[in-house]
Structures are given as C-alpha cells and as structure tokens.
Design a protein around this ligand. Structure first.
Ligand code: ADP
Ligand code: MG
Length: 321
C-alpha cells in the first residue's frame, strides 16, 4: 500500500533550485526579480475530453506542462515554477512513473520546477490541473490588446498536424499509419517556443498561443485590439506531413485554419522589425512565417494570392458550442 505522501515523495518531490522552497511545506516559496510582474495561468486536462485514456503517460506528463508553458510564452514571460493538481482513480506505479518522468523532463528543460500541488483519488477518470508561474517586466508583456493597424502577423512553427492526428485517432479519417506517424508527435509532444517568445520582448506588439485554431485565436487579438486583419493562405505554414499525404485541399484548409492543439505563437510586429525578427529566428533555429497584416477596419479577411477565400464555417474549438 502506498500512502498519498509516499506517492508525492516518490514521483513529485524533486530538489528545488537554490533560493526556492519546494514540495513539503504549506506553501512553496519562489524568488522573484524586483520590478517584474508575476505571470500566472492554469489549464485543466480531463480524461476523455483532452486526452484518450490510453495516451502514453510520458507524453501526457509532458503535454500537461507544455500547454501551460505555452501560455507563458504567449505573454513573453520567463518560467519560474509550476504546481500540479492530480486526481487518479487508483495507484498505477508504471503510469505515475512515466507521467512524472515526462513532466519533470520538460520542467527541467524549461527551467520551471514543480514546487507543489495536490494529489487525490478520483471517482471517475484522471484529471490533471497544472498552474504555471513566470515573470515579465511590465512593459514587455505581450498583451492581446497591443496589435496596431499596419502590423505584420507572424506565426511560429507549422499548422494542421495536431488536428489531423486527432481526426485519425478519433476515426474521423480513414486509417493511415504513415500520416499518423507524421502528425502524432505534434499532438502529443507540443514544444512551445519559450526562448524565442522571451526574445520577442520589445519587438512584438500582441501575441497569443494557438490552442483553439488560428482563425478563432487571432480573433481574440482582433477583438482585444479593436482592429481587423488580412491573412494570405499561401503564406500559412502547412505542416509537411499534411502536404505530402495527398489529403483533400478542403481538409488541409480546415486543419490549418481551425485546427487546435497547436501551441505555437501568433504575434504581431511593425514592418520595421522584419529583419530583426528573421535574424532572431535564424539564430535560434526557430521557424517563423509572415502570414498577413493587421488592418484598421474590423473583420478577418482571407485571400490566396489575389483571390478572396471563404473562412471555414467552424472557426475553432469551443467546449460549450
Ligand atoms: P496540504 O495538506 O497543505 O494540502 P498536502 O498534504 O496535500 O499539503 O501536500 C504535501 C506537500 O506535497 C505540499 O507541499 C504539496 O504542495 C505537495 N504536493 C502534493 N501533491 C503534489 C503533486 N501532485 N505535485 C507536487 N507536489 C505535490
Ligand atoms: Mg493537499
């Protein structure tokens, strides 16, 4: 028999960095840089809704933290620490070992140590709640409301692969081993561009991470900034795995424009910053694409070269629609 405290000691209690007080007391203590703001965000992952019951637990541990680090990246914040709330129906040591392994590996790489949490038994499936904390100088935070007419719109990484992997796993696309092998990693092992995002401080205006689909998420920037935008479909970074699989154009378009689970950045910056952004991306081996521009007139327009293109009817993911 394992007690709750055995589980915590074995899987979650890790030495905290110098200056920190980690797992084991009533609260964790985290050193802060004077003058910075605390940036904090939380995400809940529920079995059956956000992940399949048989998902590789190591990938799940990674993803539970990655989706939260993505929010810090989108704010331009540097990670400080994270908290983990975990509810499991039973003690499965192999599962816990792998889950904690995936979680701690990313936490260490991202400089975001696990400093506390809560562990309970659940009556249903597994529920995972991660809270991240980071810091950012107040003037450097990449707010959604900071886009300006004339800004370029940029994306990191590629689009569409997580959505296609999800469709394959849900049986909404005919089985295709090769395509699944080419897309699954993007769904289960997202890598938010943390270092690049932090380097955008003082360069980018607005930013957010694409979790619910490009069209819907860009819409949040447009609403918060009271402006419109034009996207050029020809410039969108379609994931190579999709382009090579001979999928129908319409399916690719839906996956690219409305597919969620991307955890890459959409950001805006003045055209005068183009060279600096490309230079930075080159040095950091970060893929970036300039895909459109912010307009004063409200609304989102999509074109393909000189042709206007209709936006997908279903713009992105909504838990309650
Ligand atoms: P409390 O009674 O104050 O809620 P707990 O007994 O729940 O504390 O937890 C004991 C210690 O273990 C605390 O420092 C808590 O933050 C930590 N902890 C509990 N669960 C986790 C977890 N899943 N991951 C990391 N730390 C955890
Ligand atoms: Mg507790």
């Amino acid at each position: 028999m394992s007690t709750e405290f055995d589980l915590i000691a074995r899987y979650f209690d890790r030495p905290a960095p110098p200056g920190y007080l980690g797992v084991g007391d009533d609260c964790a203590l985290i050193p802060l840089t004077p003058g910075h703001r605390l940036a904090t965000s939380t995400d809940l992952l529920i079995q059956g809704r956000h992940f399949f019951p048989d998902m590789d637990p190591r990938a799940l541990g990674h993803k539970a933290l990655a989706v939260n680090l993505s929010d810090l990246a989108a704010m331009g914040a540097r990670p400080l620490a994270c908290l983990l709330g975990l509810s499991v129906p039973s003690v499965d040591h192999a599962w816990l070992e792998a889950f904690a392994g995936g979680f701690h590996a990313l936490a260490q790489r991202a400089g975001c140590p696990l400093v506390g949490g809560d562990t309970t038994r659940s009556e249903g499936g597994i529920a995972i709640s991660v809270t991240v904390m980071g810091e950012v100088p107040p003037g450097d935070a990449l707010r959604r409301s900071a886009a300006r007419a004339g800004d370029d719109i940029w994306l990191t990484g590629t689009l569409g692969a997580p959505d296609v992997a999800l469709r394959l796993l849900q049986g909404r696309l005919p089985p295709d081993e090769r395509l699944l092998a080419g897309t699954r990693r993007r769904l289960e092992w997202p890598e938010p561009p943390l270092a690049f995002a932090a380097a955008l401080a003082g360069i980018a205006h607005a930013a957010l991470d694409i979790s619910d689909g490009l069209v819907q998420d860009l819409g949040h920037i447009l609403k918060a900034s009271a402006c419109g935008a034009e996207l050029d479909y020809a410039e969108l970074p379609v994931d190579e795995a999709l382009a090579e699989a001979g999928l129908a154009d319409e399916l690719i378009r839906d996956a690219v424009l409305a597919g969620g689970d991307v955890y890459q950045l959409c950001f805006t910056a003045a055209p005068a910053e183009r060279a600096r952004i490309l230079d930075l991306a080159g040095h950091m081996a970060q893929r970036v694409s300039r895909v459109g521009r912010i307009l004063a007139a409200p609304g989102l327009r999509l074109r393909h070269g000189d042709r206007a293109v209709a936006l997908p009817a279903q713009g992105g993911f909504d838990h309650f629609s």
